[in-house]
Design a protein around this ligand. Structure first.
Ligand code: ADP
Ligand code: MG
Length: 824
């Protein structure tokens, strides 16, 4: 049992803007416990708390300042916890802090760079690396990912399609057994045999989390996410299984609603926005007070799920994430205070060992059979009928293999049947006698030889020795050949598998025309890696399948999507990552080729060494010389070359493996960014469709065309096209062009911009699905865009001298334009 208080760490996030100096200081004297001092500026101290304290000091195990990178955080905080999980103890790491302080960045990682990957991907990588190294145990790993929003649990690893809101995900509920153990009903555990599989699950969960978020639920700030790695291990042959769980928890934002007292100055009460954080605090308070018998775990789902992590069988670590800017100081102080209380909680972690009943049953069955056999022998219960021919033959085979088996521990198992036991003895006796006779014959013939052919004796012995030596050599060579043949067959088999994988991996590419997909396939030039890389293609499609990405988009929508993508802030990140990916791919490809070369070189060298050997043997036979025991110089040289080549191969292979992980991570980041883009596009599209509706004063098709003709020349063609299409649609969907009061009001107060935008009857535009309507919305977007561009230019003209404007390029960025319009 390991008794330990909850470890607390602080991490300070780099500021968005340059920092005000002197807001905090870190004291990290090596002999003392590090402390963080938060200094309140006078103006804030006045209104903040009664006692007008100006400085607050908090102790932490360690404090990571702004410049601490993700690697440092992992090495110092997560690695020790992962180590104890590998040893069989439960572990929890939770991040606590206000929204925007870096909880998700710390736990999961940033969405832009590979080096920004957080504790979860790094821990997965570490755990799988350790599992691979340890062959003394059999490990199984499962992953689960739970989101708790508003006291409801949701399974983020839902394998079904089309989760577009939290409610679409399976609801997870808590069950408590008579021993008060918590079980989570509906939370799926997915086995992950490799780091890649586990990473896929993480990204699947994160994508589901993102898709399910709406402005209404603000899931990312108001929900708790618990990523759990379930690890079981057992030694081969043993029935004892160890189970350990590692919870990696991204809590909801800890910000509070400040209730101000009379005069709005005194802070009388501060409440969490999130109720379950309030209950978490209650549990922490109860645990940190001595002699409290009742701990209110059951008040909320989160505290129930994390019951073991808080004052139970677990090694727990808290990371207080702090955004130490002036306006966040009160929240930062709350976070630190919370951490100080958490640090008082003592946990008792025990090894979670369990006897696997299936293994016990197997062992007991064997024991029963042995006892039965023994009993049958002791009681003398014997069968009398004679053994059949087949049984006798079977027994003789058993005896032969028993005699040939070099293992001194091997046993001749014939069961408790005395007939068989007797037959075995008879057969062995016969074999022994036969051998004796044979030996006698040889001896007598040898003695005869001795008598009559004394001069030839020496020659004969020599020849016999050479023959024996040759036999041995031939045996060695045959074995070598067999091994080579087996290897070749395996390689062929693998190559066949690779090709099959390869074909599978060409399943649906990314719907938005992902250029890397092609790259993924081309990587197969390194055959042994082809299988690994092909998984990437499969994963991508799995992610999209599972997150319900729609592949079919009408042409109009596709074009609008291109416009949207071009102007989106994330497109820079996506493009950057694309570039990095391209580089990594070409590096991987080059490495793959070099690895192939090294491999074939190794093959050639081996072949040469074998040839050399055969030649020596052949020479030995023809010249009747014994083969030298030591390899000659030539062979020595070949062997050192071989070693060198093997070393090179290993180095390149290790690099390729690391590259592969990076490529996978980057691809998952990009896939996620694209899903986000798609999601934001859908919202924008719907908004544009609504705008189109709102801007329609329900004019009839004639007015409609007229209005179009009033628009600018550049729009004219498009407008014409649109008006024709709209006519068709209007007739098709709603023959009666009745004006709605709402749209009339709109038109009466419409701005010049709205006036010049194509209009059509309100109810004739369904929001989705109709590709003709889609092209209407696209035309609407384009028309608006071109008007906005013009207005932007006009605005520039009025603001700057002509020369400057003429060189200025009109921006198509929506945000830029709307900013301009707002300032207007
Ligand atoms: P939270 O999950 O606490 O609401 P996030 O992790 O989403 O906060 O962080 C908010 C923003 O700050 C993100 O854009 C994130 O990339 C950035 N960020 C947070 N911590 C760091 C850090 N240590 N270094 C760089 N950027 C960070
Ligand atoms: Mg977050």
């Amino acid at each position: 049992m390991v008794k330990q208080t909850i470890q607390i760490f602080a991490r300070v996030k780099p500021p968005v803007r340059k920092h005000q100096q002197g807001i905090y200081s870190i004291d990290e004297d090596e002999k003392l416990i590090p402390s963080l001092e938060i200094i309140l500026p006078r103006d804030l101290a006045d209104g903040f708390v009664n006692n007008k304290r100006e400085s607050y000091k908090f102790k932490f195990q360690r404090i990571f300042d702004q410049d601490a990178n993700q690697e440092t955080i992992f090495e110092n905080i997560a690695k020790p916890v992962a180590g104890s999980v590998l040893a069989g103890y439960n572990g929890t790491i939770f991040a606590y802090g206000q929204t925007g302080s870096g909880k998700t960045f710390t736990i999961t990682g940033g969405a832009e760079r590979y080096s920004d990957r957080g504790i979860i991907p790094r821990t997965l990588s570490y755990i799988f690396e350790q599992l691979q190294k340890d062959s003394s145990k059999i490990y199984t790993t499962h992953i689960s990912y739970l989101e708790i929003y508003n006291e409801c649990g949701y399974d983020l690893l839902d394998p079904r399609h089309e989760a577009s809101s939290l409610e679409d995900l399976p609801k997870v509920t808590i069950l408590e057994d008579p021993d008060q153990n918590i079980h989570l009903k509906n939370l799926t555990l997915h086995q992950a045999t490799t780091e890649e599989e586990a990473l896929n699950l993480l990204f699947l969960g994160d994508t589901n989390r993102m898709i399910a978020e709406t402005p209404m639920n603000q899931a990312s700030t108001r929900s708790h996410c618990i990523f759990t790695i379930h690890l079981s291990s057992k030694e081969p042959g043993s029935a004892t299984v160890r189970h350990a769980k590692l919870h990696l928890v991204d809590l909801a934002g800890s910000e509070r609603v400040a209730k101000t007292g009379v005069g709005g100055h005194l802070l009388t009460e501060a409440k969490y926005i999130n109720l379950s954080l309030h209950y978490l605090e209650q549990v922490i308070i109860a645990l940190s007070e001595k002699h409290r018998s009742h701990i209110p775990y059951r008040n909320s789902m989160m505290t129930s799920v994390l019951r073991d992590s808080l004052g139970g069988n677990c090694m727990t670590t808290m990371i207080a994430t702090l955004s130490l800017e002036k306006r966040n100081l009160d929240e930062s102080i709350s976070t630190c205070r919370f951490a100080q209380r958490v640090a008082l909680i003592k946990n008792e972690a025990v090894l979670n060992e369990e006897i696997d009943p299936r293994l016990v049953i197997k062992r007991l069955q064997k024991e029963i059979q042995e006892l039965k056999d023994e009993l049958a022998m002791v009681t003398g219960e014997q069968r009398t009928e004679a053994l059949t021919e087949a049984e006798l033959l079977q027994l003789e085979k058993l005896i032969t293999s028993f005699l040939e088996d070099q293992d001194p521990e091997s046993r001749l198992e014939v069961g408790a049947d005395m007939r068989k036991v007797h037959h075995c003895f008879h057969h062995l006796k016969k074999l022994l006698n036969d051998k004796k006779i044979l030996e006698n014959n040889t001896v007598s013939s040898e003695s005869k030889d001795q008598d009559c052919q004394e001069p030839l004796k020496e020659e004969y012995r020599k020849l016999r020795d050479i023959l024996k030596q040759r036999d041995n050599e031939i045996n060695i060579l045959v074995n070598m050949l067999k091994k080579e043949k087996k290897k070749a067959q395996e390689a062929l088999h693998l190559a066949g598998m690779d090709r099959r994988e390869f074909r599978h991996s060409q399943s649906p590419p990314f719907p938005l025309g992902n250029p890397e997909e092609g790259q993924r396939m081309r990587l197969s030039s390194a055959p042994s890696q082809a299988q690994d890389f092909s998984i990437l293609g499969k994963r991508s499609s799995m992610l999209h399948e599972k997150t319900g990405m729609r592949e079919e988009m009408s042409l109009g929508r596709q074009e609008a999507f291109e416009i949207f993508k071009r102007d989106h802030a994330d497109s820079v990140t996506i493009d950057d990552n694309k570039q990095i990916l391209k580089q990594r791919f070409s590096e991987a490809k080059a490495l793959g080729e070099s690895i192939n070369e090294a491999r074939s070189k190794i093959g050639h060298l081996k072949e040469e060494i074998t040839q050399q050997h055969i030649q020596q043997v052949a020479l030995g036979i023809s010249e009747n010389m014994a083969v030298p025991l030591m390899p000659d110089q030539q062979e020595e040289k070949l062997r050192s070359q071989l070693e060198e080549e093997k070393r090179r191969y290993k180095t390149m292979f290790t690099r390729l493996k690391a590259l592969k992980v990076e490529i996978e991570h980057l691809q998952l980041l990009m896939d996620k960014a694209k899903v986000k883009l798609q999601k934001e596009f859908e919202v924008w599209w719907a908004e544009e469709a609504t705008n189109l509706q709102v801007n329609s004063p329900a004019v009839n098709s004639l007015d409609h065309t007229k209005l179009f003709l009033q628009t600018s020349d550049s729009q004219h063609e498009r407008s014409q096209l649109l008006s024709n299409k709209s006519d068709v649609n209007a007739r098709k969907i709603l023959p009666s062009p009745c004006p709605s009061p709402h749209s009339q009001k709109q038109s009466s107060t419409s701005t010049p911009l709205e006036d010049s935008i194509p209009k059509r009857p309100v109810s004739s535009i369904p929001l989705t699905g109709d590709s003709q309507t889609d092209s209407d919305i696209l035309a609407f977007i384009k028309a608006r865009q071109s008007i906005l561009q013009k207005q932007y230019l006009q605005l520039l003209c009025s603001l700057f001298p002509k020369s400057a404007v003429s060189s200025a390029q009109p921006s198509t960025n929506r945000k830029g334009l709307s900013d301009v319009l707002v300032t207007r």
